[in-house]
Design a protein. Structure first.
Length: 216
């Protein structure tokens, strides 16, 4: 089962909390859901250079709390907090476009959390590998370096899967790389997962990364 489903969704509600935490009636549910999707899409594009990894959204009766996890918080905050104010303006635009009548009285609270160990974030590792593939760096060299850095950071294991026209091959294939132990079927273990498509000159190559983060 652990090989056929998203490891994050597999553990949500058991060992991993929900990324969106709010409740609404059936009439406004779709509006809030669309808002969450657009907010995440916008922030992931705006904060790509900050090493963004995760976005959590909490909705209260008169406020919305957005918690952003990044590896370089200084890029998000900006000089004198100007970066956060600009992001709040973008979020207000998204809510207005969604025709939410409560936007005038809605308070937006944007919090920034620093990722202390970026090498243990599967999404950031997958993004680094995808960036190397787009810059035409040999995939084996890139993956080997990434796995070594992850293991040196204290991980219990890492698994990387590439799928597509690797190195511009005529026929697409899947290559798997494994180092250490990654028990994907055990719910008690902390398994982080991330996937990013790499747009190469010959087409997309999918990058999937599993990281077993041992408990300290």
């Amino acid at each position: 089962m652990g090989q056929k489903v998203n490891p994050i969704g597999f553990r949500t509600g058991r060992t991993i909390g929900w990324k969106s935490r709010w409740f609404s009636d059936s009439a406004s549910y779709k509006d809030f859901l669309i808002e969450d999707i657009k907010i995440r899409e916008t922030l992931f594009k705006k904060l790509a250079l900050a090493g963004i990894n995760n976005i959590e959204i909490e909705r209260l009766p008169k406020s919305i709390v957005i918690i952003v996890s990044v590896s370089r918080p200084g890029v998000v905050i900006g000089r004198g907090g100007s970066g956060i104010e600009d992001l709040k303006k973008e979020i207000v635009k998204i809510i207005k476009l969604n025709k939410n009548s409560l936007v005038a009285s809605l308070k937006i609270d944007l919090k920034v959390n620093e990722i202390k160990s970026p090498e243990l974030s599967a999404y950031l590792v997958a993004g680094r590998i995808a960036s190397d593939l787009e810059r035409r760096i040999p995939h084996r060299r890139s993956i080997t370096k990434a796995m070594d850095r992850v293991m040196m950071a204290g991980a219990g294991g890492i698994k990387v899967v590439l799928g597509g026209r690797i190195n511009g091959a005529e026929i697409s294939r899947v290559e798997k790389f494994h180092l250490g132990s990654v028990p994907t079927q055990t719910l008690r273990e902390d398994i982080d997962y991330g996937e990013i498509p790499a747009l190469t000159r010959r087409g997309y190559v999918g990058v999937k990364v599993w990281i077993h983060r041992k408990e300290s």
